[in-house]
Write a protein that binds this ligand. Structure first.
Ligand code: FES
Length: 183
């Protein structure tokens, strides 16, 4: 853990806006498109890194290495720099340490379709709150604000796979085997 009170410096010299590094992500995950749009809106400026990471966290629920790498490439920054900023600020969470992850979308569309109930059921069933990991290290629950799947709200991302129209009981069925340590 970083102990310095000085925030890592973000390159200040956005001379020319870097060109778009890549289109989308090979996974086809729509959340990377949202990330592309955010970087574009900020003209790929390196000094917009914090804002872009913030947006990325809203979409993904947490910042996993793949996302950090994507941002680093987009802004033409070394991964170490992006990683340094992401670990320095408390408002950013890196990938949780559970073997399985469950990200419940609490964006407006999902919220009105009941994602808060889905989250509440998951928390009740696992005995943990969002942002936490079960004691056996099996499941981490996180939240996001719009993962780009509003048409199938409420949406939950189970181990990186987006599931739509998820009811509280379906969410429980999904995480049950994880808690029982079955593959
Ligand atoms: S609000 Fe949940 S996917 Fe958009």
């Amino acid at each position: 853990m970083q102990t310095s009170s000085e925030p890592p410096k973000v390159a200040e010299k956005p001379k020319e806006p870097a060109k778009k590094a890549e289109k989308g992500h090979p996974s086809g995950d729509k959340r990377f498109k949202v990330l592309d749009m955010t970087m574009k809106r900020n003209q790929y400026r390196q000094d917009a890194l914090i804002e872009i990471l913030h947006k990325a966290q809203e979409s993904f629920g947490f910042l996993e290495e793949d996302v950090l790498l994507y941002v680093a490439r987009g802004l033409k920054l070394p991964l170490s720099k992006v990683y340094g900023v992401a670990t320095f600020y408390h408002l950013f969470s890196l990938k949780p340490n559970g073997a399985h992850t469950c990200v419940v979308c609490l964006g407006t569309a999902c919220y009105v379709k009941g994602s808060a109930e889905v989250l509440a059921e998951l928390e009740k069933h696992t005995g943990i709150h969002q942002g936490e990991t079960t004691e056996d290290g099996q499941v981490s629950i996180m939240t996001a604000r719009c993962i780009g799947a509003c048409g199938i709200a409420p949406a939950v991302v189970f181990d990186g796979t987006v599931a739509g129209k998820v009811s509280p009981s379906e969410a429980i069925q999904k995480v049950k085997p994880w808690l029982n340590n079955t593959p």
